[in-house]
Ligand binder design. Structure first.
Ligand code: ATP
Length: 244
């Protein structure tokens, strides 16, 4: 479904992504793990068209998208729930959800969009309770649910999730990851997931990639990465301490 080949991204003279290659097959959940500043968000931004690669190719369902505008990429079937959620605080929960479907306003019937919103409310019942409340008044976990719901309102084939567990209490984080697993199982959604919490990410993912200072250093099935000594030392140690 998605294939990146030798992608370079620069911010001025900062070389943030260095010949990065990865692929995601339809129906997979793939985790991208790495430390602060490794280039994880940059990689997602390159896919969604927000960062322009200096070199390399990005193909989505066989179409080269590395020079395509972000709004067209959404129409092709890729949507992103960004890091720190970035919900529109003063706007009501339901208006945030509606914005996720903005590119469908012209073509989809209002009823179809309203039905999709109901699906989101069934998935995240707390959002239904708070539908008229300003999004900025939601808790962190609720805002994360809203950010995922808003991305799903675009009816994506590929969902890009940037640190969905960030800043959330462990129980809420677990709940979010449970939803991510269910989205694949029940909706056949394909997910590329960026996380610093490597243990949670690899627990839900089929495969993973490890990014270090802009380079993909390691890749493999999640069980292999979880058992890998270097991954354990660099990315799982803290989680282990927390679990103890
Ligand atoms: P984190 O986990 O902290 O979000 P990350 O792995 O997502 O980090 P990126 O945000 O992709 O990392 O950043 C990769 C590198 O590019 C970092 O050195 C960062 O400082 C730099 N960078 C990111 N965005 C910009 C920008 N808009 N302008 C300049 N440098 C940037």
């Amino acid at each position: 479904m998605l294939a990146l080949k030798n992608v370079d991204v620069f911010y001025g003279n900062i070389h943030a992504l260095k010949r990065a290659s990865l692929h995601v097959d339809a129906g997979e959940i793939v985790a991208l793990i790495g430390a602060n500043g490794a280039g994880k968000t940059t990689l997602l931004s390159a896919i969604s068209g927000l960062a322009r690669p200096g070199a390399g190719s990005i193909a989505f369902e066989g179409v080269e998208i590395s020079r395509v505008s972000p709004d067209r990429i959404v129409r092709l079937g890729v949507s992103q729930a960004p890091e720190r959620r970035l919900v529109f605080g003063p706007m009501a929960v339901e208006d945030n959800l509606l914005l996720g479907a903005y590119h469908r306003y012209g073509s989809a019937k209002k009823r179809e969009i309203a039905a999709d919103m109901d699906v989101m409310f069934d998935m995240f019942p707390v959002l239904r309770e708070r539908r008229r409340q300003p999004a900025g008044t939601l808790s962190g976990g609720e805002q994360q649910m809203l950010a995922i719901g808003r991305a799903l309102m675009a009816r994506p084939k590929l969902l890009l999730l940037d640190e969905p567990g960030m800043g959330l209490a462990p129980a809420i984080c677990k709940e979010i990851f449970r939803h991510i697993g269910a989205l694949r199982k029940e909706n056949g959604l394909t997910v590329l997931l960026v996380e610093q919490n490597a243990r949670s990410a690899l627990a839900v993912a089929d495969r993973g990639y490890v990014l270090e200072t802009g380079r993909i250093m390691l890749q493999g099935p999640s069980e292999e990465l979880l058992a890998n000594r270097d991954v354990q030392r660099a990315y799982l140690g803290r989680d282990k301490d927390q679990a103890a």
